[in-house]
Design a protein around this ligand. Structure first.
Ligand code: NAD
Length: 371
């Protein structure tokens, strides 16, 4: 099969959907690979490294004009004309963007949105949400440490003692767990909150304290358990109690990292303006939900702002700030997914009995598909 890797054109997108490592494997499987010149440069992967493993370095039109196109982001509107009907597109195509899916279906594309894969053991090696959230959680702590005017670990020196930083993590999915682990390695004292009860044990096993907000009704308990491992909106009664608990911890915190998301919806507000006002000057909030409206209403997407003496970081694409490793993991996710849709003879097969394939297929034969 002829596989193309165009350069990403979305502002700030530095990742690339295939690396020399994965291109080498695609070549070994009998595919021809075209990569747009400089597509990997922002991720520290020069054209020569792709050429060395047998890729053809091409212009944009040739990279888009393939049987299959591997992408990080969904094709931009301006790029749709470069795709011919029947092309298979694989990437983070945003399954909640109805208009985008419609555009791809109308263009006759067969589109696989990898974010839609179920969070099952079999899908783990192709789980792009996890691989990228892991990187985002790490980078959030790095940015917090950079903006914070004090240090993370406790220091006992001849010039006096410096207290360890107090870090509060709100939302403990993949990103939150990595943020805890990273902050712990830097010597911080950490507390964390999530709606899902299964998280408590994970938080404690990483050496952090869980902010417990017990469930008082069956409705609260069922909502907290969510669907497919994902959170659902919690009843107001629980949210009010969580808010009161979180407010106390946030007021005492030096760093707050928020990662709370509910798929397909605006992010829940967990840190209100009053809570920010109660924080110490010089504290830092890194809001990983900035692209979904933020877990703090004072966050500004793609900006670093100081409000009430607190620095708020609203970076919406943290993995792109760690482009080389984020691309390496993403490209391996893509390669693993391709095993499900490409035969040994290098042809496409769409097995809708396969739950991962069925979940990821969002456009096919002119129709938007949502499983
Ligand atoms: P996510 O990015 O969708 O959300 C981040 C976290 O925010 C979640 O833990 C969620 O519970 C939490 N949250 C939502 N509303 C909140 C609120 N009001 N207060 C506090 N926290 C709130 O999460 P994710 O990292 O994508 O993980 C989603 C699920 O998938 C989890 O259950 C995770 O364990 C599971 N998972 C499974 C696998 C696997 O089995 N292969 C792999 C990765 C993740």
């Amino acid at each position: 099969m002829l596989i193309g890797i165009p350069a990403e054109t979305m502002a700030g997108e530095t990742r690339v959907a295939a690396t020399p490592e994965t291109v080498k494997k695609l070549k070994a499987q009998g595919h021809t690979v075209r990569i747009q010149a400089h597509a990997g440069v922002a991720a520290s992967m020069p054209d020569a490294a792709y050429e060395a493993v047998g890729a053809d370095i091409t212009d944009a039109a040739a990279a888009w004009g393939c049987d299959m196109v591997l992408k990080v982001r969904a094709p931009q509107e301006s790029e749709m004309a470069l795709l011919r009907p029947g092309t298979v597109v694989v990437g983070m195509l945003n399954p909640f963007d109805g208009a985008g899916l419609q555009r791809m279906a109308q263009a006759g594309l067969t589109a696989f949105a990898l974010e839609a894969a179920p969070r099952t053991s079999r899908a783990q090696s192709m789980d792009v949400l996890s691989s990228q959230a892991n990187i985002a959680g790490y980078k959030a702590v790095m940015i917090a440490a950079d903006k914070y005017q004090r240090i993370f670990p406790m220091l006992m020196t001849a010039a006096g003692t410096v207290k360890a930083a107090r870090v509060v993590i709100l939302g403990v999915g993949v990103a939150g767990l990595q943020a805890i682990a990273t902050a712990k390695r830097l010597g911080a004292v950490i507390e964390a909150s999530d709606v899902r009860p299964s998280v408590k044990e994970q938080v404690e096993s990483l050496g952090a304290k869980f902010i417990d907000v017990p469930y008082e009704t069956q409705e609260e308990k069922e909502a907290a358990e969510g669907v497919g491992g994902y959170a659902r909106p919690m009843p107001q009664s629980w949210l009010d109690r969580q808010k009161a608990e979180v407010a106390k911890r946030v007021a005492a915190a030096d760093i707050v990292i928020t990662t709370a998301l509910i798929p397909g919806r605006a992010a829940p507000v967990l840190v209100t303006e009053d809570m920010v006002k109660a924080m110490k000057p010089g504290s830092v909030i890194v809001d990983l939900a900035a692209a979904q409206g933020g877990n703090c209403p004072l966050t500004e997407a793609n900006a670093v702002v100081v409000k009430h003496g607190v620095t708020l970081v609203g970076e919406t694409n943290l993995p792109a700030l760690v482009a080389a490793d984020a691309s390496a993991l993403y490209a391996r996710n893509v390669l693993d997914f391709l095993k499900l849709v490409l035969t040994k003879e290098a042809t496409l097969q769409i097995d809708l009995q396969d739950d991962i394939v069925a979940a990821c297929l969002v456009a096919h034969e002119g129709v938007v598909r949502r499983s």
